[in-house]
Each structure stands twice: as structure tokens, then as C-alpha cells.
Write a new protein. Structure first.
Length: 308
């Protein structure tokens, strides 16, 4: 027998459970001959008896007992998976994998995730930090459900769910000589000031490199790092200046510690933070709900984040 027919297994289970073929037929609301025929058909296909008759009815043979154990496990597993699917649809369980840049952390932890968990307290999440190129790779290779990325390169495998404009600014300490610079700053104006930048694998550095070529300027960073936090400390300590989206230091700017100056190069202002998934991927209910929550929240309050 190439497959075990579920109806035959059910008839066998009811016959043994009820103690007789006729009692099983009454419970199933079918003819007794139909129950007998199905069990006989399965015995023929398996070439082994499944029930034995005695004065009080029927009982399972050793082969029949094996099949009944299988049927009970199958029924239990089916009920379990259906219950879990119901929980998933109701968002009472589920895990979400997200990859994002460091600059997004402030926005997420300042309220967006708290609001999400308030509505769905049983969902769990993994948040991994990565550079732009790695965010894209992990999203398109289905290692994560969704990515939050700053200025990703064009990729036909990506689907953008939200794009928020977040121009790059010059971040300086409040008492730095550039803090009172009149009008937008040109890259050439940074000459003579110690500069900190992100590694070339990060979107921010790639945008700056393109602006250097367009403006004919050359920047010589004194500090190169993969951490936005390091760059903010670099500026806050008075060691130098950096180029980052203003939201990356929103709290420091609000507190008056740092100043965010606009840049003259249009290539440094027409950049975006995005929420992306792999094109064509059907997200699980929990991930889809988080995506909806983040897109609505970030669009509603005009915030976003970046990973450099």
C-alpha cells in the first residue's frame, strides 16, 4: 500500500474503539457494510489482518494497533498544528527576524517597538545590526523577514514599503567653529577640520564618495568606523566633525550638545531611509503586522533611521 487512507484509518479506529463494526457504523452514520469493506480493503492492500473478531466484537491485531497508534499521533499532530496556525493568525505566537542599521535603534526603542509589543506581547524578535550591503544581502536571501536600511543600492529583488527622506548633515559640537557657518556647507569647507566617517560598506559613506566626485573635493578622514555611536562620541568630545543623517543624533541635537548643518551638494540631501523586504516574499502574519506597524509609525511621525 503506497498510502494510508485517512478514512480507512478512521473506520478502523472507530470499530476498535466502539468494540464492533455495527457500533462504529452507527457513530459514523454509515452502513456497517461500508465500514467492513473499508477495513477489508486496507487489510488486502497491507496483506495483513488488522482486526480480529470475538464473541464481544472486534479488537485490533498487532498490525492494527500499530496503525491505530499512527492514526492517533497523526490526529494529535493535526490538531496541534491547526491550533498553532490559529494562534499565529491571532498573533499570539510568532518570531520576527529584522536586520537594520545602527541609526534605526533610537527610533525603534523610543516608542515604535514598545507600541508593537503592547499590542502583541507574546511575539519575539531578533534585531541584528548590519551595514547597507549586508542588510540587502540578508533580505534578498531570506535570512530575515525585513530590513531597515539607509540609501540601499538599486536592486530588483527588493521591495520598498516605505521611503522617508533623510538628508545627510554635518554634525559638529555646539561650540565648534563651523557651528555658526552661514548657509549650506560645501564639502570643501570641511578641509582643515578633523573628519570621522563610516566604512565604505555603509550607505552613508557611499553617498559621500559620490558627492566628492561630483564636487571635485577629496575628504581625508582621520577616523573611519562602523559605528554611528563612535562617530557621535568623536564629535561630542570635540575631536572633530562627521557626516550623518540628523536623526542619528536627534537627541544630542535636541539637547543642544550637537548642531546639524545642511550641506550644499544635492546628492547629499536626496537620500532616503527605507523599509524593505524581498520582492515576492509572503511574510508570516507576525512579520507582516510588524511591517505595517513600522511603516505607519515612521510615516506618521516623520521619523526614520539609518544604518549608514
Amino acid at each position: 500500500m503506497h498510502s494510508l487512507d485517512e478514512r480507512c484509518l478512521r473506520y478502523l479506529a472507530e470499530a476498535v474503539g466502539c468494540g464492533s463494526v455495527r457500533a462504529a457504523a452507527d457513530k459514523l452514520d454509515v452502513n456497517a457494510s461500508a465500514v467492513s469493506r473499508q477495513i477489508a480493503q486496507m487489510e488486502g492492500q497491507l496483506a495483513t489482518p488488522l482486526i480480529e473478531r470475538h464473541r464481544r466484537g472486534v479488537r485490533a491485531t498487532p498490525a492494527g494497533s500499530l496503525l491505530l497508534d499512527y492514526y492517533r499521533r497523526q490526529t494529535s499532530d493535526r490538531e496541534d498544528i491547526l491550533a498553532k496556525l490559529t494562534e499565529l493568525k491571532g498573533l499570539r505566537r510568532g518570531h520576527i527576524d529584522v536586520v537594520l542599521g545602527e541609526g534605526f535603534i533610537g527610533d525603534l526603542m523610543s516608542g515604535l517597538l514598545q507600541g508593537f509589543w503592547a499590542r502583541h506581547p507574546d511575539l519575539t524578535m531578533t534585531l541584528d545590526l548590519a551595514a547597507t550591503n549586508d542588510v540587502v544581502r540578508r533580505v534578498v536571501e531570506d535570512e530575515v523577514h525585513l530590513g531597515l536600511v539607509y540609501n540601499p543600492p538599486p536592486d530588483p529583488r527588493l521591495r520598498t514599503h516605505l521611503a522617508m527622506p533623510h538628508p545627510i548633515r554635518v554634525l559638529v559640537r555646539h561650540d565648534h567653529p563651523l557651528a555658526g557657518h552661514p548657509g549650506p556647507v560645501r564639502l570643501a569647507d570641511l578641509a582643515g577640520h578633523r573628519l570621522g566617517t563610516m566604512h565604505p560598506a555603509y550607505g552613508i559613506r557611499q553617498i559621500i564618495a559620490a558627492a566628492e566626485r561630483a564636487e571635485g573635493a577629496r575628504l581625508d578622514p582621520a577616523l573611519t568606523t562602523g559605528s554611528i555611536g563612535v562617530l557621535k562620541q568623536f564629535v561630542a568630545s570635540g575631536a572633530g566633525v562627521t557626516l550623518l543623517p540628523a536623526f542619528c543624533a536627534a537627541q544630542e541635537v535636541a539637547d543642544g550638545l550637537l548642531v546639524a548643518l545642511p550641506l550644499a551638494d544635492p546628492g547629499l540631501t536626496a537620500v532616503e531611509a527605507r523599509i524593505v523586504t524581498r520582492l515576492g516574499r509572503q511574510l508570516a502574519p507576525a512579520a507582516a503586522k510588524l511591517l505595517q506597524h513600522l511603516a505607519r509609525g515612521m510615516a506618521g511621525n516623520g521619523t526614520g533611521g539609518g544604518n549608514g
